[in-house]
Design a protein around this ligand. Structure first.
Ligand code: NAD
Ligand code: UFG
Length: 334
């Protein structure tokens, strides 16, 4: 199959592109390196010389080139990972997020429609549920924005629903919970040097000795130990979910939404303790005040994906902590 992967130089997109190539698909990656590096593409190119192409392009700004790319490559399906994802930055620079995330998606849909490419998998996020009172959260829970980033994901989902209802494209929207770790080859991982906001890359910075200690954002939530609870999911399980969604989308029409999570809720302190145990590394931490915009608990009800996509997460928290650390340390950061 021919797969167009937007944002395929990033953490999740590059891991997906790598796995798609391993499965003998032809892949065209589009990325503008706004949050990734060309080295990521070189790593993939060095391994898959035959079926891999790359085009550097800004989806929001280079519409003509995008149409041309789709016309020449003629993908069977598009997997749309490209987007900016830093919640804090989105609050201080809303226009940048609306412009980049929403305009990119509109341009992509138009380029698909012109070239009669019908199938789209979209990277959505559990952030669309806001501070849901339903835990675990089913796909039917109310949608509520807690940030500009969340608003852009909701807007794109709404646009995709309307375009799919009218019949131009078929869409599967995957709402990711908290992806962590690295795939089996340990070739692609979240770069801990790239000022991360997320918990796992920050734990890794402490493990590497870059930061002295981790700040835990609040220990006074109504949770099992007072720290925030999330649904961490191994990147390999997340990527598997995409291949199940690809199988499914060729048998369906319209727009469908699936949570990709494990259904297990883990606190910040539990994640730190598991990381320490499986990697034999101490992670010093201190309790600091709550981070604005954070919710106490957010974990998935993944039963719809199990029932319809025949997909469920296989890896546990220890696997995630081991694979997050090995992925980074084996590549010479320490
Ligand atoms: P990432 O930043 O590593 O990758 C995103 C890629 O998109 C980057 O390589 C970036 O350069 C590219 N990009 C951004 N804007 C672009 C544009 N206008 N034109 C071309 N390329 C552009 O992020 P990731 O963690 O791999 O996330 C992938 C997707 O999954 C994003 O849409 C994100 O919102 C979503 N998501 C991520 C998480 C998470 O915790 N990582 C959780 C939920 C949803
Ligand atoms: N946390 C800390 N210290 C840190 C970083 C995070 O205590 O240095 C805590 C947070 O307060 C939260 C938990 O760790 O309780 C997880 O935080 P992350 O930033 O790793 O993840 P979030 O759940 O806040 O958000 C992530 C992505 C969003 C995405 C969401 C989907 O950043 O883009 O998961 O659930 F939408």
């Amino acid at each position: 199959m021919k797969i167009l992967v937007t944002g395929g130089a990033g953490y999740i997109g590059a891991t997906f592109a790598f796995e798609a190539l391993k499965n003998n698909h032809k892949v065209l990656v589009i990325d503008n390196f706004s949050n990734s590096k060309p080295e990521q593409i070189l790593k993939i190119k060095n391994i898959f010389k035959e079926n891999f192409e790359f085009t550097e392009l800004d989806l929001a700004k280079e519409y003509r080139q995008l149409i041309n790319c789709v016309e020449v490559f003629r993908p069977d399906i598009v997997v749309h990972f490209a987007g900016l994802k830093a919640v804090g930055e989105s609050q201080s620079n809303p226009i940048k997020y609306w412009d980049n995330n929403v305009i990119s998606s509109i341009n992509l849909i138009k380029a698909m429609a012109i070239n009669k490419v019908k199938k789209l998998i979209f990277s959505s996020s559990a952030t669309v549920y806001g501070d849901s009172k339903f835990q675990p959260i089913p796909e039917t829970a109310e949608i509520k924005s807690m940030s500009v980033y969340g608003s852009t994901k909701i807007a794109i989902e709404n646009m995709l629903s309307e375009v799919a209802r009218e019949g131009t494209i078929d869409v599967v929207s995957l709402r990711y919970f908290n992806p962590v770790g690295s795939h089996k080859e340990k070739l692609i991982y979240e770069d801990p040097l790239n000022s991360p906001n997320n918990l796992m890359p920050r734990i890794i910075r402490v493990a590497l000795g870059i930061d002295k200690e981790l700040k835990i954002y609040g220990n006074d939530y109504q949770t099992k130990d007072g720290s925030g609870e999330r649904d961490y999911i191994h990147i390999s399980d997340l990527i598997d979910g995409h291949f199940s969604a690809i199988d499914f989308i060729f048998k369906t029409h319209g727009k469908k939404i699936f949570n990709l999570g494990t259904g297990k809720s883990t606190s910040v302190i539990e994640l730190i303790k598991t990381f320490e145990l499986v990697n034999s590394i101490e992670i010093p931490f201190k309790i600091s005040k709550r981070r604005p915009g954070d919710v106490a608990i957010c974990y998935a009800d993944p039963s719809l994906a199990k029932e319809v996509l025949d997909w469920q997460a296989k890896y546990n928290l220890s696997d995630m902590c081991m694979d997050a650390w090995v992925g980074v340390k084996d590549h010479g950061f320490n």
